[in-house]
Design a protein around this ligand. Sequence first.
Ligand code: S3P
Length: 186
Amino acid sequence: MTGTGAQTPRALVLVGPMGSGKTSVAQAYSRLTGAEFVDLDQRIVTSHGPIPEIFAREGETGFRAAETEVLRTALAETGTVISAGGGIVHSQQNRNLLSGAFVVFLSIDRQTARQRIHEAASRPMLAGGDPMDVWQRILEQRLPLYTQVASVTVDARSDTPEELAAQIATSYAMNTYRAEHERSAP
Ligand code: S3P
């Protein structure tokens, strides 16, 4: 990038429901572009222990506090692609933090989620009923929030992680170019 108006590009964050492939698409994006892969859930596990244990110990509130902390830290880093947990859009605080980022919403349907979610036990949010019914109910609550934070929405039902990563790379590059162009326009 050249010119005096050059700024740090916006952070790239993948959001979407459980099973939307955020982690595998972010890893594919990292392989494609060299961006450093950051998994927020993994960072939480590293500092606070396994997610089911955090929920058992501190409830969802404790987990959400840890999630906001790792999101804030990750957004301050550069050259990364961030895979967020499905509930990242839950709080207004997180949505405010995400408003400065380039947010990609990976959209899937129930049928796709059913094929991909094999380990409901590792996802405490799916407890308390048929996991796919719970998944559906959560998606209905969060859909407006995903849409609200999204810079772009990508249909993640059938393309491979590599194909999705390439689409995201194009979209992110175009957005960055446009923002830079608008800033430097007379
Ligand atoms: C959650 C999704 C999980 C994880 C936690 C809570 C949610 O991440 O952050 O179990 O509230 O939807 P994935 O979306 O990667 O499964």
